[in-house]
Design a protein around this ligand. Structure first.
Ligand SMILES: [Zn+2]
Length: 221
């Protein structure tokens, strides 16, 4: 099955992706990783990508699609997860065409929805230990002893500059602008499933698995 994750930054889909790959036999096809692999292999496609990036340009949709097509064709696994692709409506349409050529289609699009208030609350207030990187939160995840890292005993902490409510709201607006189109597109294809990402981590996983399980057994040969 081909599964696509959609959801704003901070919705926790990365954690769910990790779970599916570790426990449920999913392969996460990351376009970023695929790009790097191709460059390392110095394939004709890889060299083209390398040249594009070296000249300071973005890798265009056509190249990304070519990369995805190549990777899908080579896959030996049955369950593939995409997170962060497709990013635009154009990419989604081209993605459908290329899957069609291989007799495949997107099985489920899991849309992790979360209110802006909760998202802002989750992200604003985050800080991390400078020495070991452990992440804390002002409200719900403070170190056991104030100003001392639980893990390494470090006493220096840092905050990301762009984790402020204002810049986050801007990032979210940009995100929703492009995602709304994808959500509508996949709703129309009747593959969109909304996951309530405001629940506890365990319950999000449960809801996700409940959605996926019938499909996973369907796909068994
Ligand atoms: Zn630490």
């Amino acid at each position: 099955m081909i599964l696509v994750f959609l959801g704003p930054p901070g919705c926790g889909k990365g954690t769910q992706a990790q779970y599916l790959c570790e426990k449920e036999d999913f392969f996460h096809l990351s376009t970023g990783q695929a790009l790097r692999t191709e460059i390392e292999a110095q394939s004709p496609l890889g060299i083209r990508i390398q040249d594009t990036m070296a000249s300071g340009n973005y890798v265009d949709d056509e190249t990304i699609l070519e990369l995805v097509e190549k990777n899908i064709a080579q896959l030996k696994v049955k369950n593939v997860l995409f997170d962060g692709f497709p990013r635009t409506l154009d990419q989604a349409r081209s993605f459908e065409k290329l899957l069609d050529r291989q007799g495949k289609k997107v099985g489920i699009v899991a849309y992790f929805s979360l209110s802006d208030e909760v998202l802002v609350e989750r992200i604003v207030g985050r800080f991390n230990c400078v020495r070991c990187g452990r992440v804390y939160h002002d409200k719900n995840n403070r170190p056991l002893v104030d100003n001392v890292c639980d893990i390494c005993g470090g006493t220096q902490f840092a905050r990301r500059d762009d984790d402020t409510a204002e810049s986050l709201k801007q990032r979210l607006e940009k995100y929703y602008e492009s995602t709304r189109l994808l959500v509508d597109y996949y709703k129309e294809k009747k593959v969109l499933v909304e996951i309530d990402a405001g629940q506890t981590l365990d319950n999000v996983t449960k809801q996700l698995m409940k959605t996926l399980e019938p499909r996973l057994s369907d796909d068994k040969e």
